[in-house]
Design a protein around this ligand. Structure first.
Ligand code: SF4
Length: 470
């Protein structure tokens, strides 16, 4: 998926003006967010688990090179192949070349946000290979020719009526009234694809380093079909998805599933270690694990932003965010929307284009409260805002102008002591005189003119101390 992060404000305005999308987005709060809160309330050691998960993630990310090598060697010991992809292009190239080399004509895909980073469907299609999404939400999105709207609910913006229209237009299906009928139609359409596919591609919710195991969480069973039916299974994952041990997996599964949907456990939790072994009843002949960097090293190298790699992509911060719940997912312009997207997208794509994203937050802190790994999202948003205005590490064309830098310096100087503040106040009271109308400033000249079309500016007045003295 090519980043289109320059148009956040336009995309947000479009979603805000669309009553249907606004109604559909209500489900995030009424459904997912409330379910998460109820699940957390009903889990006695919830806060302890959050602390433990955060500590495990901090340790793993601080020692990522060690755990990546451990995971890779254990995948290979189990008979799999590991490919480290520097960027999305290398990862898509590896998967496409593998499919061509093995004569693959049809690929079934489980949900994978990293494959969205790679525009994998386009790459496969260009190579003459048919990719078919099998997660119901992703299937709807693929039929509609759109991109996912939400990390765990890609078609959350679509109503039942819209999906009925879509199925009628694309699948020539009857006009179903019930969601269960639509799901049954999708299942009928996909069954043949599952049987005929030569390659299954999935994401990975976690990679367990000590065993080289891929863990997948789904509610539809399609993940398990993708990993077990075709002769080749390719799992694609970001390099931050590593956890050290199976014991850790227990903690992360409980946190992920409760935070994502409010369930105690999802319908399917699948673990895959290498290809089919002699005593296995089913499974692929070949297993490949593609571990993708694609800008994550930049997050790892920045001590201020490293914490973003603790993310387990549960989507809870999106559901809790008052901004996301109004502007929706497409406004963010890339794979990862919402509060965590506003941090990782600018660094993984480029901050110059995505400079509006760190400002798409009221800094209310709901995301941090919701996050099962206690990621301090508001702190990182503030850091990126500073980068946008000062541009030390990620220069943007909107870095602070000379005039703004001078104004900020004068502002700091005026606040440095009571005497300086008093002098600044006296100067401002003289300078404002030509602009004052009934004690208010209703018009400011450029470059401050942006303030006054919709707000008046309060006038500078005699300081309290002077008044007190009389
Ligand atoms: S930042 Fe936290 S709440 Fe948001 S998706 Fe990642 S793990 Fe979930």
């Amino acid at each position: 998926m090519r980043p289109d992060t320059k148009n956040f404000k336009r995309g947000a305005a479009k979603a805000l003006g669309n009553e249907r999308i606004q109604a559909n987005l209500l489900g995030l709060y009424n459904g997912f967010d409330r379910a998460r809160l109820a699940a957390a309330d009903g889990t006695p050691d919830w806060e302890l688990m959050r602390e433990q998960a955060r500590a495990i993630k901090a340790h793993t990310i601080d020692n990522l090179d060690y755990y990546l090598e451990l995971a890779a060697s254990n995948v290979e010991k189990a008979g799999g192949t590991v490919f480290f992809a520097k960027d999305a292009d290398a990862a898509a190239g590896y998967v496409t070349d593998l499919a061509l080399a093995r004569g693959v004509k049809l690929v079934i895909k489980g949900k994978s946000m990293v494959s969205e980073e790679m525009s994998l469907n386009e790459r496969l299609t260009d190579a003459g290979i048919e990719p078919v999404e099998t997660d119901l939400g992703e299937y709807i999105i693929q039929l509609a020719g759109e991109t996912p709207y939400h990390i765990i609910a890609p078609a959350i913006h679509k109503s039942r009526e819209e999906v009925t229209d879509l199925f009628e237009a694309k699948l020539n299906s009857p006009r179903y009234e019930e969601i269960t009928e639509l799901a049954a139609e999708a299942r009928r359409q996909l069954r043949d694809k599952f049987i005929r596919a030569d390659m299954g591609i999935t994401g990975a919710n976690f990679i367990v380093a000590e065993t080289g195991t891929v863990a997948l969480v789904t509610n539809e069973g399609n993940g398990r079909m993708c990993t077990s039916m075709p002769r080749i299974h390719v799992a694609i994952t970001g390099m931050e998805k590593i956890i050290p041990s199976m014991d850790d997996l227990g903690i992360f599964l409980r946190l992920l599933i409760r935070s994502a949907t409010g369930q105690r456990i999802s319908s399917y939790v699948t673990t895959v270690t290498g290809p089919r072994h002699a005593d296995d009843e089913d499974g692929p002949d070949e297993f490949h694990l593609v571990i993708v960097d694609n800008g994550r090293s930049r997050l790892l190298a920045d001590p201020e932003l490293r914490e973003s790699l603790y993310c387990i992509r549960c989507g809870a911060c999106l559901n809790a965010c008052p901004v996301y719940r109004k502007v929706g997912g497409h406004a963010y312009g890339w794979v990862y929307p919402g509060p965590i997207g506003a941090i990782v997208t600018p660094v993984m794509t480029n901050l110059a284009d995505a400079k509006d994203l760190p400002f798409a937050s009221s800094l209310c802190g709901a995301c941090r409260e919701a996050c099962p790994v206690k990621i301090n999202i508001p702190r990182m948003l503030l850091h990126l805002r500073k980068e946008v205005t000062e541009g030390r590490k990620y220069p943007t064309e909107r870095n602070r102008s000379v005039l703004e830098a001078l104004a900020m310096r004068l502002w700091r100087l005026s606040l440095s002591s009571p005497a300086a503040l008093s002098i600044a106040n006296s100067v401002a009271r003289v300078l404002q005189k030509p602009l004052l109308r009934k004690g208010r400033i209703r018009w400011l000249p450029p470059p401050l003119s942006g303030w006054t079309p919709s707000r008046t500016f309060p006038a500078f007045v005699r300081p309290f101390r002077q008044r007190w003295r009389g």
